[in-house]
Design a protein around this ligand. Structure first.
Ligand code: NAD
Length: 487
């Protein structure tokens, strides 16, 4: 194995953080953590079990019931959230370095994700001080108002694809709302989550408000979902895991927010700005190694420009630089874990029987080890193909031609998912008509996937339940109590 970059002061042991202290599992259990370039174990992490989750929930409950956090004035919470954002910004290079080492994401993109994590805290720090609640007057009869209250201990369960940023997307609104939290990060990538502990402590977050339990989904995650003292779960991950969590949360009737899988279409009409569409659809599926919930992993192209699109697209895909995630020139790094690599490679083989291979199709030359996959492009993919229907979550794209708007819509909607859609056309009426008809929680028209944190984020069909973003996130982490007063 060729040598590769190893960050300084890399921990060899990753612990839980409960009630202001780093601790091991009560049972002493651990699991191995690999880096995706050498696929060797670089650390062992505490494997949380039910008793560890019980301790974390007890600490969070105590902090909620007796600590200052839920009752602080919004401005006081906001100051702490801003200090957290400052700290994330101040160490974004180090965060990106560790995230890249743990996940295999290209370093330039990991840096962008660290900046987004800071922005998530900054955004909810602003939002919480601007929060207004409704008052209703029934003249001469009543005044009625909404008393908003943090719900309690929030259970946060996150995936491995952009771990630190996705954790911030739950931590920031939960803490802004006055909840206390127990975070269970993904077992493939536990490294960056442990950094929150010191960032929060230095920013002045009281002990017990943030608790972290590492471990496997079926153990630590399951215990958190089933814990009667946790009234809500915010989950991001696979659709099948979401279904299991939904069943397991039923016994205690928990609030659930579910951000699940996707197989999002990018639809390119003949009247589109072709160069912009090609730039964006390449970015849409090959950035973040294709390990992106909103990846535009199906491209539907109007037949009159189909061959031209394929030729230009495949030529660009063949030139994408795959390599060491720490090299700033790298555009596609190493997939997160050998298990995920095997899954993506199995879809590449399936694709060879379902479509016309135009680029990639396996391991890139010159990279004999590590979880590397060449950006892979399949054309002429039929809607019943598995690579059209199933989420691959890697640098693999399926391209399909269409003849009419109606056919494009049928293809776009013909999967079980409904997370995002991307439309490329210069016809304003068609753009809006199509956007309204497509079954997707989020639509980008002639645009990259750029987020506005005030807008709803979430999917329809098998892509999720509920929307977060802006005040919707605050709504999720709070109860709105109605108070009626007779005049
Ligand atoms: P996953 O479902 O395997 O795991 C996600 C988390 O759930 C992990 O922390 C895992 O330990 C935990 N978990 C697993 N089984 C559990 C159980 N029985 N009870 C409680 N917790 C359990 O997902 P992943 O492979 O880590 O992430 C990739 C998936 O996440 C993809 O499907 C992707 O589309 C999706 N995703 C969605 C969004 C979105 O916003 N919609 C964002 C990022 C990723």
């Amino acid at each position: 194995m060729a040598s590769h970059f190893i960050p300084e002061n890399l921990p060899s042991r990753i612990q839980h953080f409960i009630d202001g202290h780093f601790v091991d599992s009560v049972s002493g259990a651990t699991f191995d953590v690999l880096d995706p370039v050498s696929n060797t174990t670089y650390a062992t992490a505490a494997a949380g079990q039910k008793e560890d989750v019980d301790l974390a929930v007890a600490a969070a409950t105590k902090a909620f019931q007796t600590g200052p956090w839920p009752g602080l004035a919004p401005r006081a919470r906001s100051r702490i959230l801003n200090r957290i954002a400052d700290a994330v910004e101040a160490q974004d290079a180090r965060l990106a370095e560790l995230e890249t080492f743990d996940t295999g994401l290209p370093i330039t993109q990991a840096l962008g994700q660290a900046k987004r994590a800071a922005e998530n805290f900054r955004f909810f720090a602003d939002l919480i001080v601007a929060q207004a609640d409704d008052t209703y007057k029934v003249p001469g009869v009543q005044v009625n108002y909404v008393n908003r209250k943090p719900i309690g201990v929030a259970g946060l369960i996150t995936p491995w694809n952009t771990p630190f940023m996705l954790e911030s997307w739950k931590l920031a609104p939960a803490l802004a709302s006055g909840c206390t939290v127990v975070l269970k990060p993904a077992e493939f990538t536990p490294l960056s989550a442990s950094l929150w502990a010191e960032i929060f402590r230095d920013a002045g977050l009281p002990d017990g408000v943030f608790n972290l339990v590492n471990g496997l989904g079926e153990e630590a995650g399951d215990a958190l979902v089933k814990h009667p003292g946790v009234p809500l779960i915010s989950f991001t991950g696979e659709t099948t895991t979401g279904q299991t969590i939904f069943r397991n949360a039923a016994a205690n009737l928990k609030g659930l927010s579910m951000e699940l899988g996707g197989k999002s279409p990018a639809i390119v009409f003949a009247d589109a700005d072709l160069d912009a569409a090609i730039d964006s659809t390449l970015f849409g599926v090959f950035s973040l190694n294709g390990e992106r919930c909103t990846a535009g992993s199906r491209i539907l192209v109007e037949r009159s420009i189909y061959e031209e699109f394929l030729e230009k697209y495949a030529a660009r895909a063949r030139n994408i630089i795959v390599g060491d995630p720490h090299d700033p020139r790298t555009e596609v790094g190493a997939l997160v874990h050998p298990e995920h690599y095997a899954k993506v490679m199995s879809y590449v083989e399936i694709g060879k029987t379902e479509g016309r291979l135009l680029a990639g199709g396996g391991r890139p030359p010159g990279l004999p080890e590590g979880n590397y996959v060449s950006p892979t492009v399949f054309a002429d993919v039929k809607p019943e193909a598995r690579i059209f229907q199933e989420e691959i979550f890697g640098p693999v794209v399926a391209i399909t031609p269409f003849d009419t708007d109606a056919e494009a819509l049928e293809l776009a909607n013909g999967v079980k998912y409904g997370l995002a859609a991307y439309l490329w056309t210069s016809n304003l009426t068609r753009a809006h008509t199509f956007a309204h008809a497509v079954e997707a929680g989020m639509v980008w028209l002639n645009s990259h996937n750029v987020r506005d944190l005030r807008t709803p984020f979430g999917g329809v069909k098998s892509s999720g339940l509920g929307h977060e973003g802006g005040y919707r996130s605050i709504d999720f982490y709070t109860d709105s109590q109605a108070v009626h007063i007779t005049l």
